[in-house]
Design a protein around this ligand. Structure first.
Ligand code: PEP
Ligand code: MG
Length: 363
């Protein structure tokens, strides 16, 4: 007797035959990446590198780096972080052999890495050899009133280019090692929270230079792409100027929704339920894409950037990437792929096929 799971596999194989949109997954651990692949992901559309540094053995080094008082001290920690980043990336390239892996440069507000409690600070003090009072003062000084609108994304690359250098060295170093193992890594380096072309130029210059250095040193080249997140209204409104500088654009609809509405992503539970109840908004815009606003920004960005640079690739890696209703819109817009949590990949595959069939049948 055929199980429902067999039926589901048949349905998925039909979906794959019919869909145009590719489906990738958001993942940063080998376990999640393997799960994603098993569920049919055709690559990683978003590897949030900041998540890779929260592990207990890495966080102290990260904290040491952030609290460093001069370049030498910072470099000491960056050299250690480089080893972690490179081996983590190699693990990911092994799992994703032959498929693209979009690696996003560090994005969190810096103080998220810092100790939160007095106990944490005392423990950190002995580990990095700094007085507790100093750690407390520096942690205080890094705190922001609106961290989601603050010192994050490529703003870190502008202020601390050496952090970006470390990440690129690690990503490409890992890709070189994977290639030496006979694998085919396809790293795509993605710049977060971009607002303008100057940021892209500055960060791309660092990326290109570091890659040249690695390639020179190892005498082996690897294919790579540079792209940008599209997650601020300013980036969307100026997409035509960004396009010539990148090979792909990936819409970060979580931040784009937050900034379009002025709704804090991290605080919606406080007011959104009442807002929905009183019908002040039709539905939760963080779940289903708001076509009238965020969708229009995306449409403008795609239309104007494509006119400037035909052939540029588009993806979406916000939560909406796994939402069937939003997937219809992404199909219609002509995006190349959606990227979502591994467990949503099968539904996204089906939704992508439905989106295409619906249009073909003129429904
Ligand atoms: C986004 O903003 O949609 C996104 C994918 O990035 P993050 O959720 O990590 O901010
Ligand atoms: Mg974001």
């Amino acid at each position: 007797e055929a199980s429902s799971s067999d039926d589901f596999q048949v349905l998925l194989s039909w979906a794959d035959k019919h869909r145009r949109l590719k489906v990738r997954a958001n993942a940063e651990t080998p376990v999640d990446a393997a799960k994603a692949r098993e569920l049919g992901a055709e690559g990683i559309g978003l590897c949030r590198t900041e998540h890779m540094f929260f592990e207990s053995d890495r966080i102290d080094q990260m904290r040491g780096m952030i609290l460093a008082e001069n370049r030498e001290e910072r470099q000491h920690y960056l050299d250690i972080l480089l080893q972690f980043q490179e081996s983590d990336m190699l693990d990911l390239f092994r799992v994703m052999d032959g498929l693209p892996v979009t690696v996003r440069l560090l994005d969190p507000p810096l103080h998220e890495f810092l100790p939160h409690t007095e106990e944490d600070m005392v423990a950190l003090s002995s580990r990095i050899g700094k007085p507790v009072a100093k750690i407390r003062a520096m942690t205080e000084s890094l705190k922001e009133v609106n961290p989601m609108l603050g010192f994050r994304g490529c703003r870190l690359s502008v202020v601390y280019p050496e952090v970006t250098e470390m990440q690129v060295k690690a990503i490409i170093g890992a890709a070189v090692k994977a290639t030496e193992e006979g694998l085919k890594p396809y790293p795509e380096i993605m710049i977060p929270l971009v607002i303008n072309v100057r940021e892209i130029r500055l960060v791309s210059k660092i990326i290109d230079r570091v890659i040249q250095e690695v390639v020179q040193e190892k005498q082996i080249s690897v294919p790579y792409k540079i792209g940008t997140m599209m997650e601020t209204p300013r980036a969307a409104l100026g997409a035509d100027r960004l396009a010539p500088e990148v090979e792909f654009m990936s819409f970060g609809t979580n931040d784009l929704t937050q900034m379009t509405y002025g709704f804090s992503r991290d605080d919606v539970s406080k007011f959104l339920p009442q807002y929905l109840e009183k019908k002040m908004v039709e539905s939760d815009p963080f779940v289903s894409l708001d076509l009238r606003a965020v969708g229009r920004l995306m449409e403008l960005a795609v239309t104007e950037s494509r006119a400037r640079k035909p052939g540029i690739k588009y993806g979406i890696c916000g939560e909406h990437g796994g939402d069937p209703r939003s997937i219809q819109f992404f199909h219609d817009l002509g995006l190349d792929y959606v990227s979502c949590s591994p467990f949503r990949v099968p539904v996204a595959r089906i939704a992508a096929a439905q989106a295409k069939v619906r249009r073909e049948l003129d429904l």
